[in-house]
Design a protein. Structure first.
Length: 133
């Protein structure tokens, strides 16, 4: 039995992406990377007190995604979409997510270069805590 470290984003926010990730801050955003996986996290104050309204005001995939998600829970609303880019035979998948509470909005992008890593990205997204006590 071992525990995977939870990355503290701020005093109130955290995410569990797994072990072995390097951490850096770039232009105010947090970047976590390990091997072919990268997680970019940007936090903002929610524009509205209604999480659904906050997310839907800015949710706009730039093209038709491979898959889309919508998650509702008490005090939280999230949407996400998966895209795949191929350049010179090299594939890159990105799960782009928007998650809001009445006070915070998180834009989190999970990128990976190995097929079959979607489960990791969705599991990590599910651990995102915006308003920890």
């Amino acid at each position: 039995n071992f525990t995977v470290p939870v990355e503290r984003i701020t005093r109130q926010c955290s995410i569990d992406v797994g072990a072995g990730f390097q951490r850096r801050v770039e232009s105010g955003d947090l970047c976590l990377s390990a091997g072919g996986r990268t997680v970019w996290i940007a936090l903002y104050e929610s524009k509205f007190r209604e999480p659904e309204r906050t997310v839907n005001e800015i949710y706009a995939p730039g093209r038709k995604p491979e898959e889309e998600w919508e998650i509702r829970s008490e005090g939280r609303y999230a949407r996400g979409y998966l895209t795949r880019d191929v350049d010179g035979g090299y594939a890159q998948w990105t799960l782009t997510t928007l998650t809001a509470s009445p006070h915070r909005l998180a834009l989190v992008s999970f990128s990976y270069d190995a097929e079959g890593q979607l489960d990791w990205a969705v599991r990590a997204w599910d651990t995102l805590q915006l308003d920890r006590a």
